[in-house]
Ligand binder design. Structure first.
Ligand code: ADP
Length: 488
C-alpha cells in the first residue's frame, strides 16, 4: 500500500479486511466458443487473456471468434429458430427461461465473485445488484413468454428471428440478462458477444444454459473484440441488433445497418444531470450523489456525473459531499468493506486520468479523496470538480469514471436549460420536496429515465433507454419486450 494522506485516513474507521472467498468458484483455464450447444474451438485457433483489474493477475484464456465462427453461430441460431424455438409452445419457452433464472440464483455467489474478479466492481455491488437483478430479468421475462397476446392486446405478435447482441464491460452479466431474457421470451434465438475485458460471467451463463437443457443453438455465446461484434452486425442473417456500448461504435453500427431490414436498439453513452433543489432532504441527496457517480467506479452509462445544486445550498451540499467522500474506501473489490473497486482496464484508467488533467487545465477546482490505493491494479480515487463552466470538456463529455462536476443554478428554467445542454439524454435525478416540481421537470428534461429523490434504481419491469446520442429503443418492461417482436 502506498501512503497518501495521513490526515484523511485518520478520519476514517478502520476495518479488518473481509475478503469474500474465491474457493467456491470454478473457472476453466481456457474457454472455447459456445455454439450450437457445444464448446467449439475458434477457427483461427486464437485466444486472448482476461485479467483481474484489481491486481492485474491472469484469470483465463478466451477464444477470439472471427467471421467464420460468427457465421456458424448465426447458422446455429437460425436452425434452432426454424426447427425448435419457434415451434414449441410459449409455455414451454417460459419453463426454460425460469430454469435458467433458478440455476443462476443457485450459483449466485459464484457469479458474484467471478464478476468482481473480471470486472473490478465491488463484491457488494455484484452480490447485491448485478446478480440478483440479472436473475430477476430472467424471472420477469419468463412470465411474459406465454402472455404475449396480453402484453400487446389486439395486435398480432410474432418473433423476429435471430437476434445479434453486443454488450459492454460495465455490467457484464446484467447486460447479458437484459438482452437474452426478452429475446427468448418473445421467441427469438440469440448470438451474444460479451466485451473483451469481461467475458467470464457470460461464459458461466453459457454453462448454465447448457445445464438447463435449452435446445442447442437457441443461445450462442461468441467472445472476441470489435471485429467479432462487427461480424455479428454485418451478418446478412441476423434480424435484430441490440447494442450497448460507446456512442462512437453505436453510430458506426447504425451506419452499417442503414438500408437493411434489421430492427435495432442502441443504448449508448450518457452525461446525466443530478439536480438538487434547496428544499431537498440534503443528507439523502448527498447519499444519492455518491451512489449516482461513485457506485461502480462511475462505470455506469446513466451515472449522475453532472451535479447541479441550487446556489443557496451549494456550500452545505459540497461540504457534506466532501465529508462523505472522505469516509469511502477504495481498494480490493473482493473486500466487503470496499466502496470503490478497480477501474475496469488500464485503457479506461488512462482515459479517466486524461479527463482529470483536462479539468485541471480548464481551471476547475479539484477535490480528490486522498487515500491508500493498492500498488498493483487500476484505481482512481473519487474526484469532484467545482468551478466548472457549462462549456467545459469535463461537463460535456462522458468520462465513465468516478469523476463528478458541480455547477450551481438559481431558477428552475435555468437548470432545465443547463441539464438539457448536452449531446446525451440517458438519465437524470431530481431532489426536491415538491411533487409539482418533479412533474414539471420530468416533462421538460430530455432524459429517458428520471429518478425523483433517489438515483440508480433499477427494476426489470421498468423501461430504460435514452434520447439523442444516448441511443434509442428501451430495455426492461413491456417496452423491452416490444424491441424483440413484430406487431401487426
Ligand atoms: P466501451 O467504450 O464501453 O468499451 P465499446 O463500444 O468499445 O464500448 O464496446 C462495447 C462492445 O462493442 C464490446 O463488446 C466491443 O467489443 C464491441 N465493439 C467494439 N467495436 C465494435 C464494432 N465496430 N462493431 C460491433 N461491436 C463492436
Amino acid at each position: 500500500m502506498t501512503k497518501k494522506n495521513k490526515e484523511t485516513i485518520a478520519m476514517k474507521w478502520s476495518y479488518s479486511p473481509a475478503l469474500e472467498s474465491k474457493d467456491h468458484i470454478n473457472l476453466r483455464e481456457k474457454y472455447d466458443l459456445f455454439i450450437n450447444g457445444k464448446w467449439m474451438k475458434p477457427s483461427s485457433g486464437k485466444y486472448f487473456k482476461t485479467f483481474n483489474p484489481a491486481d492485474e493477475s491472469f484469470l483465463a484464456e478466451v477464444a477470439h471468434a472471427d467471421a467464420k465462427d460468427v457465421d456458424k453461430a448465426v447458422q446455429a441460431a437460425r436452425d434452432a429458430y426454424n426447427n425448435v424455438w419457434s415451434k414449441i409452445s410459449p409455455s414451454e419457452r417460459a419453463k426454460y427461461i425460469y430454469r435458467i433464472a433458478r440455476l443462476m440464483q443457485e450459483r449466485a455467489r459464484e457469479f458474484a465473485v467471478i464478476e468482481t474478479l473480471d470486472a473490478g466492481k465491488t463484491i457488494r455491488e455484484s452480490r447485491d445488484v448485478d446478480v440478483p437483478l440479472a436473475c430477476n430479468h430472467f424471472f420477469y421475462y419468463a412470465g411474459w413468454a406465454d402472455k404475449l397476446d396480453y402484453a400487446f392486446p389486439n395486435r398480432k405478435v410474432s418473433s423476429l428471428g435471430v437476434a445479434g447482441q453486443i454488450i459492454p464491460w460495465n455490467f457484464p452479466l446484467l447486460m447479458a440478462a437484459w438482452k437474452i431474457a426478452p429475446a427468448l421470451a418473445a421467441g427469438n434465438t440469440v448470438v451474444l458477444k460479451p466485451a473483451e475485458t469481461t467475458p467470464l460471467t457470460a461464459l458461466k451463463l453459457a454453462e448454465i444454459i447448457e445445464e438447463s437443457g435449452l435446445p442447442a443453438g437457441v443461445v450462442n455465446i461468441v467472445t472476441g473484440f470489435g471485429d467479432t461484434g462487427a461480424a455479428i452486425v454485418n451478418h446478412p442473417d441476423t434480424d435484430k441488433i441490440a447494442f450497448t456500448g460507446s456512442t462512437n461504435v453505436g453510430k458506426m453500427i447504425q451506419k452499417s445497418l442503414a438500408g437493411t431490414n434489421k430492427k435495432i436498439t442502441l443504448e449508448l453513452g450518457g452525461k446525466s444531470a443530478n439536480i438538487i433543489f434547496e428544499d431537498a432532504p440534503i443528507d439523502q441527496a448527498v447519499e444519492g450523489i455518491i451512489n449516482g457517480i461513485f457506485f461502480n467506479q462511475g462505470h455506469v452509462c446513466c451515472a449522475g456525473s453532472r451535479l447541479f445544486v441550487q446556489e443557496s445550498i451549494a456550500d452545505v451540499v459540497i461540504r457534506k459531499l466532501k465529508d462523505r467522500m472522505r469516509s469511502l474506501f477504495v481498494g480490493n473489490p473482493l473486500d466487503k468493506n470496499t466502496d470503490i473497486g478497480a477501474i475496469n482496464s488500464k485503457e479506461q484508467l488512462a482515459t479517466i486520468l486524461k479527463y482529470i488533467n483536462i479539468g485541471k487545465e480548464e481551471g476547475a477546482e479539484i477535490f480528490q479523496l486522498a487515500c491508500d490505493i493498492p500498488d498493483k491494479g487500476y484505481y482512481c480515487p473519487p474526484t469532484l470538480f467545482t468551478n466548472v463552466a457549462q462549456s467545459s470538456v469535463i461537463a460535456q463529455e462522458e468520462i465513465f469514471g468516478p469523476v463528478l462536476t458541480i455547477q450551481t443554478f438559481r431558477t428552475v428554467d435555468e437548470v432545465i436549460q443547463k441539464a438539457n445542454n448536452s449531446p446525451f439524454g440517458l438519465a437524470a435525478g431530481v431532489w426536491t420536496d415538491k411533487g409539482s416540481r418533479i412533474f414539471n421537470l420530468t416533462t421538460k428534461l430530455k432524459a429517458g429515465v428520471i429518478w425523483a429523490n433517489t438515483y440508480n434504481k433499477f427494476d426489470p419491469s421498468s423501461p430504460f433507454g435514452g434520447y439523442k446520442e444516448s441511443g434509442f429503443g428501451r430495455e426492461g418492461g413491456l417496452h423491452g419486450l416490444s424491441a424483440y417482436v413484430k406487431l401487426s
